[in-house]
Design a protein around this ligand. Structure first.
Ligand SMILES: [Zn+2]
Length: 92
């Protein structure tokens, strides 16, 4: 039945394993005219090394905000990956 001499062929796909660690930051800004605004940003470390620092800037106009998704995409691009985001058409 089972012939051990035949053996098995097991193929491993060896991928470089990296640890991506994202620390989120936030900033708030209060203005008597515009009310309060909020921005997010973050620090990204890859294998313990900081490769990205996006400071959140909450402001009335032209604040800077980065979502975790944006941070992750930037990180992947910095690591040499191509990230393509296709916006699908919505069902009507
Ligand atoms: Zn304002």
């Amino acid at each position: 039945m089972f012939d051990s001499s035949q053996g098995y062929h097991i193929f491993y796909i060896v991928a470089a394993e990296v640890k991506i660690e994202i620390t989120t930051l936030e900033d708030t800004h209060d203005c008597e005219t515009c009310g309060s605004s909020w921005a997010s940003g973050g620090i990204v470390e890859v294998d313990g090394e900081q490769i990205l620092y996006k400071e959140p800037v909450a402001h009335c106009y032209a604040g800077e905000s980065y979502s975790v998704t944006e941070l992750l995409i930037l990180t992947l691009q910095l690591l040499g990956h191509e990230v393509v985001i296709d916006v699908g058409s919505s069902n009507v």
